[in-house]
Design a protein around this ligand. Structure first.
Ligand code: NAD
Ligand code: UDP
Ligand code: UDP
Length: 314
């Protein structure tokens, strides 16, 4: 039976995707270099007859057989991707070429995890797929943004030159259980700060916006995108409900039932001021839209971090 390869499969999104693919009866090869992912995320799948774990770095060639590839390998949190910017660029460029070379040889379909970051600090709001973006090519985020832009370009070039079937999804901020509590992203920071009774760190004045999608909704979107043959994308996948970071802090404090204070810190360089997906294409072409509200998603995520804290103190 043909296998599905998930690069970055031990990460936050990748591990949820592996779960869903196993539930669907697929043979799954999970490939990861464990830079930001962890064995704990996929521990429950170890020993499953249709699950295989491979420690590998996609910057190096990969020879195996697969009929579908989900290319998720790349650190996603700004703290993680700026830790070694050259490695981040190599992962999205050299790594992407290896994934596409593999797909070309195996005649496999590739779903590539792109990002709303290709729009940079957007001048068009909400962001439509036709918008070319506003990215600083020299700033601290460029290793990620520009890497992901080249990855999209490579996908389309392999599609045109070698007929590799491509599906590009541009993912907007997604959260849920298994986000590394120390990865520096806003939802993991706020929840863990609130649970410890520490102040919530608001960068800048907190009026910048993001749109937060719960992980289960996003994985539904991945599967629908892979299944269909109508479009290569890019297609935006995200929740069109936009919140400021102050509103998010308020929502987290309510769900955790915490009276933590807010603490203001400097806004990171090139931090996008606003971000919200236009998901008309996903609605029309994939019949997809998020189902989980922020409150519901936060409640599940808080429960996950509470369990994690209990395990750590046990
Ligand atoms: P994550 O950091 O939890 O997962 C990334 C995984 O890729 C990790 O397991 C990491 O160890 C692995 N990895 C990194 N470099 C690798 C390499 N060179 N070779 C092999 N494995 C490597 O992040 P995530 O949130 O699960 O993101 C998954 C993908 O989705 C990333 O490509 C990210 O850019 C994209 N994305 C995520 C979001 C989000 O909000 N979560 C938003 C936009 C795009
Ligand atoms: N590649 C790989 N696995 C494969 C096939 C190719 O990792 O199963 C790598 C190979 O190392 C090459 C890259 O993918 O560097 C691009 O492959 P392609 O066939 O497009 O390029 P070429 O080998 O012709 O340079
Ligand atoms: N942010 C914040 N406090 C934190 C972490 C992040 O106010 O402790 C802000 C950050 O400046 C950005 C937003 O929250 O405006 C989302 O940040 P995140 O790193 O989660 O994702 P990204 O910037 O990649 O969208």
């Amino acid at each position: 039976m043909n296998s599905v390869l998930v690069t970055g499969g031990a990460g936050f999104l990748g591990s949820h995707l592996c779960d869903r693919l196993i539930q669907l009866g697929k043979n799954v090869i999970c490939l990861d270099n464990f830079f930001t992912g962890s064995k704990q995320n996929i521990a429950h799948l170890m020993g499953h007859p249709r699950f295989e774990l491979m420690r590998h770095d996609i910057v190096h060639p990969i020879y195996l057989e697969a009929s579908e590839i989900y290319n998720l390998a790349c650190p996603a949190s700004p703290v993680a991707y700026q830790y070694n910017p050259i490695k981040t660029i190599k992962t999205s460029t050299v790594g992407m070429v290896n994934v596409l070379g593999l797909a070309k040889r195996c005649r496999a379909k590739v779903l590539h995890a792109s990002t709303s970051e290709v729009y940079g600090d957007p001048a068009v709001h909400p962001q439509v797929e036709e918008y070319w973006g506003h990215v600083n090519p020299l700033g601290p985020r460029s290793c990620y943004d520009e890497g992901k832009r080249i990855a999209e370009s490579l996908c389309m070039n392999y599609h045109q030159a070698h007929q590799v079937p491509i599906r590009i999804v541009r993912i907007f901020n997604t959260y849920g259980p298994r986000m590394d509590p120390n990865d520096g992203r806003v939802i993991s920071n706020f929840i863990n700060q609130a649970l410890r009774g520490e102040p919530l760190t608001i960068y800048g004045n907190g009026e910048q916006t993001r749109s937060f999608c719960y992980v289960d909704d996003l994985i539904d979107g991945f599967l629908k995108m892979m299944e269909q043959d109508e479009t290569t994308g890019p297609i935006n996948l995200g929740n069109p409900v936009e919140n400021s970071m102050l509103e998010l802090a308020e929502a987290v404090l309510q769900v955790v039932d915490s009276d933590s204070q807010l603490e203001y810190e400097a806004l990171p360089t090139d931090d996008p001021r606003q971000r919200c997906p236009d998901i008309t294409k996903a609605r029309n072409l994939l019949q997809w839209e998020p189902q989980v509200s922020l409150k519901e998603g936060l409640t599940k995520t808080v429960a996950y971090y509470q369990d994690l804290m209990k395990q750590e103190t046990a």
